[in-house]
Design a protein. Structure first.
Length: 353
């Protein structure tokens, strides 16, 4: 692997006391090319623009998949990744579905570790903060025809991350637009999944909501996801989340929360969840809490769920009584090496440089 370090770090321009998600990028990026059926030219180089042909299939046919993951520091400045093999497996599942080449594990893991090590000073030290890492695979060269590309590029970039959302969320149950459909690509992290959500999300913003609570495309009666998050509902002392399927992303944070909750003795149900059950639960006082989770957001609870132009207010629990806050702390303590990792999720980064 070739490594070309920057001659002038931009970290001096970074205010770690005021981190704005996605506005600052670390000094380096990792790149690897797929050409003539083989992966080659892996290298770390200074962060910067890349050159692509205007007929690259990524622009015309949307052959692009990505991942989201994080690196954390503990009190001794040791660096940890969180379940990186899960991200490796999932990006390849996405690639297969979009007829793209699988990324070899040695390229993904070696490129990831060396990149984060060389930019380890960009990892914030505060509890709950991290370095957000974005691996992505795009179609590079081909012809202007609706066919898979011949050449591809795999890259990794990173950005310091604080809180994704600052406040509890107001969400709107969607009954017109759909995020995904059976047999589609909803279970992947395909770029188009997110682009297609922008317009209906803007409509929700105009009505005063932070995010959409997506429902199934066929009947709009079954809960799926919310924005970029998996969702949980605390009903009758059971923690319920829609089971991952073709429509729903198999979230790594979601799976981690399920494991933590079960270890804490909480009854967890992964199953089909109807909108009617949510609304009835609120009306009957049986729904105590609802929250979204994901790599970027970690966990954030909902304060309002809107359905058919009516706002339903969720219970205003003290912070110390919120299940979402308790689970979030359990997760962050593992990620920051503040508690025992009974699950084997922490992956300590070794020093290369």
């Amino acid at each position: 692997m070739k490594i070309k370090k920057t001659l002038c770090s931009r970290i001096k321009n970074m205010n770690f006391n005021n981190i704005s998600f996605g506005n600052h990028y670390s000094d380096h990026m990792f790149c690897s090319e797929f050409k003539n059926g083989k992966w080659k030219n892996s290298m770390i180089k200074p962060f910067g623009d890349i050159m692509l042909s205007p007929i690259s299939p990524v622009f015309h046919y949307g052959q692009a998949v990505f991942e989201g993951m994080k690196a954390y520091k503990d009190k001794k400045n040791h660096v940890f990744l969180f379940r990186p093999k899960e991200n490796f497996n999932r990006i390849n599942q996405s690639a297969i579905r979009l007829e793209m080449p699988k990324i070899p594990e040695y390229i993904f893991m070696e490129g990831l570790q060396r990149l984060i090590d060389i930019d380890r000073n960009w990892i914030p030290k505060k509890y709950g903060e991290s370095l957000y890492i974005r691996p992505f695979l795009i179609a590079k060269n081909g012809i202007l025809s609706a066919k898979p590309a011949k050449d591809y590029m795999f890259m990794i970039v990173s950005t310091p991350a604080g809180s994704y959302y600052k406040n509890p969320l107001k969400v709107k149950i969607e009954e017109i637009y759909s995020r995904s459909a059976p047999g589609g690509v909803g279970f992947t992290k395909a770029a188009g999944n997110y682009a297609s959500s922008f317009y209906p999300t803007r409509l929700a913003h105009e009505k005063g909501y932070d995010q959409i609570l997506w429902t199934d495309s066929s009947t709009h009666t079954k809960i799926e996801e919310s924005g970029t998050m998996n969702v949980f509902f605390w009903i009758k002392n059971k923690l319920i989340t829609p089971k991952a399927n073709d429509n729903i992303l198999n979230g790594i944070t979601c799976k981690s929360i399920i494991s933590i909750a079960k270890k804490e003795g909480i009854v967890v149900e992964e199953r089909e969840l109807n909108v009617s059950e949510i609304i009835e639960g609120i009306r009957e006082g049986e729904l105590k809490e609802a929250f979204g989770c994901g790599t970027a957001v970690v966990i954030n609870f909902f304060e309002i769920i809107s359905y058919r132009n009516k706002n339903f207010f969720l219970p205003k629990l003290p912070i110390h009584q919120r299940l979402s806050i308790k689970l979030k702390k359990k997760l962050l303590d593992i990620q920051h090496n503040l508690s025992k990792d009974d699950f084997g999720w922490r992956f300590r980064l070794k020093k290369y440089f």
